[in-house]
Design a protein around this ligand. Structure first.
Ligand SMILES: [Zn+2]
Ligand SMILES: [Zn+2]
Length: 511
């Protein structure tokens, strides 16, 4: 297959979509807010947003929506929930019972609110449809009637596509029991098209009649195509689990055509974002890395860039540990050299001015500055970094600080001790002699490379067998630990008088 490098994948998707008609188009995304919404879900919204931007550029009438599926029932008590509270809510719609913190209108709102705020930070503008409102307002009543009437056709489609045997009492509509509030065990006993009501019985002993306006919900495989037909949706991205043969896209497309008499949307399938060392992060797996937590440590334009630059069907490996530093530097490099301009533009980062300091350096500098952002700027200026925009630099340094607190492995963490560390008492005679020589040999204006070379020379002069003993002496004298950042560079960045005084003190301290 010929791969045209400079053509972005979203252009190819737009070409395919436009072959089928120029719209108006509606791109729909969505998620059931049953727990923290994590960065795997972000791929769906960003993929949709990129296609949206390309269609817009081409003058196509298009909207981007987000269906917050807050009318889905709670399936189980997730590990992050208090079982004594939430066992009683299993089977109830997520919009209809209280949240874990008590500060939100509902369980669903508790998880949706930070996610929708994150979308704003990512500069993704979506029209939000709340599923409970779609039902309660009566918007889906025509589809509920079509589904109840088409019950046998739907049962046949499900059986043919999935092999699943559909029970005689099965219904595409799940009434919410007026007695226990659950919708997972109720059975439909009859319905009235005239009154727009459904009769039900429930395993709890409850029975009654509910309105089609919010008194229940279509089952997932029918709910999805009902939305397609009603909104109507012309383009929908979804994870590869829905795209399997007999999966919910297959059955949805048939139900959409046969029962709702509408064409299914153009499918855009994407791969998961996998977490190194943490296993595949699938939608249903809960709260490993929420989007809003991720945005604490990764600037929004970089999170977007990571997803935009990768074709949807290629997996993205994401590791919030050390590899995150490389991702940030890769982005800065692309932005400063104008590499990959289309991906940068579609990531909303073509106007981005790199801060001029590699992220991995910032991680060290903020630690040398004891997490004081003003002091970090002082250190960088002292070392001739072109600090053009101190505010932008401080903002980026804030990400470095939060990364150190949340995800940094222990080997990159250090702190410069204000007084000679106790560990320095373990230095041997050769190491002390080396430190004393270093104190005398440091000249103003020496850069990291020059100091690095000096360390090697002086280690020999002091009779140390290996240079590692010299480096260890430096780290013990300043950090109280045997390892640390690159020593020449580290010493060059420290304040000179402080450095020399500390080297002298460690060099003469009694064994
Ligand atoms: Zn809450
Ligand atoms: Zn009940």
């Amino acid at each position: 297959m010929v791969h045209v490098r400079d053509r972005h994948w979203a252009e190819e998707i737009a070409d395919e979509i436009l072959k089928q008609g120029r719209g108006p188009h509606e791109i729909s995304t969505g998620i059931s807010p049953s727990g923290e919404i994590h960065i795997g879900n972000l791929r769906e919204v960003i993929t949709a947003d990129v296609v949206y931007r390309v269609l817009k550029e081409r003058g196509v009438e298009v909207t981007l929506d987000y269906v917050a599926d807050n009318f889905d029932p709670l399936r189980k008590v997730y590990p992050f929930l208090d079982a004594s509270v939430y066992t009683g809510h299993i089977g109830k719609p997520l919009s209809e019972f209280p949240c874990p913190c008590g500060g939100h209108p509902s369980y669903a709102a508790h998880f949706l609110e930070p996610f929708l705020a994150s979308l704003e930070r990512l500069r993704i503008k979506v029209k939000v449809h709340f599923a409970d409102q779609m039902y309660k307002s009566g918007l889906l009543v025509p589809q509920i009637i079509q589904a109840l009437r088409g019950r046998d056709a739907i049962a046949r489609i499900l059986h043919e596509c999935t092999g699943r045997h559909v029970e005689p009492e099965w219904s595409p509509f799940n009434p919410i029991c007026g007695t226990c509030g659950r919708m997972t065990g109720t059975l439909v006993a009859g319905f009235s098209e005239r009154d727009k009501t459904v009769d039900y019985t429930c395993p709890c002993g409850g029975r009654g009649t509910v309105s089609m306006r919010g008194g229940g919900k279509l089952t997932w495989r029918v709910d999805w195509p009902a939305r397609w037909a009603r909104l109507p949706v012309t383009i929908e991205p979804f994870g590869k689990d829905h795209a399997t043969r007999g999966g919910s896209y297959d059955t949805g497309a048939l139900i959409c055509r046969e029962v709702f008499k509408a064409p299914p949307p153009f499918p855009v399938t994407y791969e998961w974002i996998s977490f190194k060392g943490k296993g595949e992060l699938k939608k249903s797996k809960g709260n490993i890395l929420s989007v809003h937590r991720m945005l604490e440590v990764v600037p929004p334009e970089i999170l977007r860039y990571m997803i935009v630059k990768t074709r949807p069907m290629r997996s993205i490996g994401f590791d919030p540990g050390l590899p995150l530093l490389a991702l940030v530097d890769e982005f800065d490099d692309a932005a400063s050299r104008g590499r990959d301009p289309r991906a940068l533009q579609l990531a909303g980062a073509d106007q981005f001015t790199p801060v001029g300091v590699p992220f991995r350096h910032l991680v060290n500098v903020v630690q040398m500055a004891d997490f004081d952002l003003d002091q970090a700027v002082v250190i960088l200026k002292r070392n001739n970094y072109p600090v053009a925009d101190a505010a932008a630099l401080k903002e980026r340094a804030g990400y470095a600080i939060r990364w150190l607190r949340e995800f940094a492995p222990p080997e990159v963490k250090f702190s410069v001790e204000r007084t000679l560390p106790a560990a320095a008492s373990g230095l041997d005679g050769g190491q002390r002699a080396f430190l004393a020589r270093l104190a005398s040999a440091l000249r103003p204006g020496m850069n990291g490379e020059a100091i690095h070379a000096l360390v090697y020379d002086l280690a020999k002069e002091a009779g140390l067998e290996k240079a590692t003993a010299a480096f260890e002496a430096i780290y013990l004298a300043f950090l109280g630990q045997p390892k640390g950042p690159r020593a020449g560079w580290f010493l060059a960045f420290l304040e000179r008088d402080f450095t020399i005084a500390r080297l002298r003190e460690a060099g003469r301290a009694a064994a």
